[in-house]
Design a protein around this ligand. Structure first.
Ligand code: GLY
Length: 413
């Protein structure tokens, strides 16, 4: 009698557990679908926002941010000039927006003058986010020439004694002297164009420079905990490190949030092109630093610096979050199961939080930009708590990556 009661009890328990599991899985599927629907409607909103933004600018006058109720613009020489055309191209790719593609092409007709600019290391941002995407979507000899000239201009800044590309020209504002060579962590983002140049020309010079720069950065930009300095000053004559400091972070010893994001993204790209496991390890270690940091909030939108004074009463940086989300999605494709899931879930969490009204503009708001609450350069009192073109660019890129990855995961499951 007792035995049959136990059997009946166990059967009831099993039935309840199985009903709960069914309930959970039937809840999960629509949840995931809901998120894909949310991405599509965010991309639709992005098309509307960028159509509105396009009415306020013209080729040569690039949107930069929206501050005190006015649009702030730049010329083609500003490091962010490629993000606007790049975002327009991504939007056309994602949901077919031919007018935005036309707008991108007309801006690139102006931007192409920068292919010969040898005074900046930011040519990767400027030319690869624009012409690189345009050429990926529709290979075109004119774009290929422009990209190759841009890569040639960028490598003029390479110094073989230091084995690195010069980021900023030395100046009192970056604390470097005449015989110094400055490298900032951001420079990792300009290397992708060099890999493209080697693939296109079969000349390994560009590839070798990218690898040397990444290796030098790996040795000298990172602390034991894999956080990075923003700026390293090298002695041009010997290649020795003279100082490890910051320009945009809270202090020389702090972890500036966007710098950590550039680092993880940069080493993911290095692994994509070289398949060298040391770069994968570096990207994973930086991700570990970010994801286990006690000052990373639950929503995973970081404060502008992980060591910012006054946390939690200081600004978040939505641009750092968007860059991280995009990098984590690609990193998830290179990582083994456990880690892969961590990066994928983190990217999903970041995107979901960036899509909340606190961060995502409503139609007609925010000057036509998408993300609110970005921080450009707080210590120098520039672009604080505002939209930023690169925040939008990597946000849109991350949404596209998420959709692609999600489709692949479904097809493989
Ligand atoms: N210099 C690029 C940045 O502000 O992240």
């Amino acid at each position: 009698m007792n035995f049959s009661k136990i059997i009946i009890g166990s059967l009831i328990c099993l039935w309840v557990v199985s009903c709960k599991q069914k309930e959970q899985s039937s809840l999960q599927v629509p949840k995931e679908n809901d998120f894909l629907v949310a991405i599509d409607s965010t991309l639709q909103l992005a098309v509307e926002q960028y159509s509105y933004l396009s009415q306020q600018v013209e080729p040569g006058v690039y949107p930069r941010t929206f501050q005190n109720d006015s649009l702030v613009t730049s010329d083609s020489g500003w490091w962010c000039s490629g993000f606007y055309p790049g975002t327009l191209l991504y939007l056309d790719e994602a949901i077919n927006a031919p007018k935005l593609k036309e707008e991108a092409i007309s801006f690139m007709a102006d931007l192409k003058r920068e292919q010969y600019n040898k005074s900046t290391h930011d040519l990767g941002f400027m030319m690869y986010c624009s012409f690189g995407n345009a050429n990926r979507l529709q290979p075109n000899p004119e774009y290929q020439d422009i990209l190759l000239n841009s890569a040639k201009s960028l490598v003029t800044r390479y110094n073989d004694t230091v084995q690195a590309i010069r980021s900023w020209d030395s100046a009192p504002w970056n604390r470097a002297g005449e015989d110094d060579l400055v490298v900032i962590i951001d420079n990792m983002m300009n290397l992708e164009m060099l890999f493209w140049a080697t693939e296109y020309t079969q000349d390994s010079t560009y590839y070798d420079i990218a690898v040397k720069h990444a290796d030098k950065t790996l040795r000298n930009h990172f602390r034991e905990d894999y956080s990075s300095y923003h700026e390293v000053i090298y002695d041009e004559a010997t290649g020795d490190v003279k100082a490890q400091i910051t320009r945009q972070g809270a202090s020389d010893s702090s972890a500036w949030a966007r710098g950590q994001a550039w680092g993880v993204y940069g080493y993911v790209v290095m692994y994509r092109f070289t398949q060298d496991p040391k770069y994968l390890n570096q990207a994973q270690q930086i991700a570990e630093f970010i994801l286990t940091h006690s000052n990373l909030p639950d929503d995973q939108i970081p404060y502008w610096d992980y060591d910012a004074p006054k946390i939690p009463n200081t600004y978040r940086d939505s641009s750092a979050a968007a860059i991280m989300a995009s990098a984590f999605l690609e990193l998830s494709t290179f990582s083994d199961e456990g880690k892969s899931e961590t990066y994928y879930q983190s990217a999903e969490r970041i995107l979901k939080n960036l899509m909340t009204p606190h961060y995502l503009a409503q139609k007609g708001e925010n000057g036509g930009f998408l993300l609110k609450h970005g921080v450009g350069d707080l210590p120098n009192n520039s672009e604080i708590d505002v939209p930023l073109t690169y925040g939008d660019y990597y946000f849109v890129e991350a949404m596209i990556r998420y959709k692609e990855l999600n489709t692949n995961r479904r097809n493989n499951s």
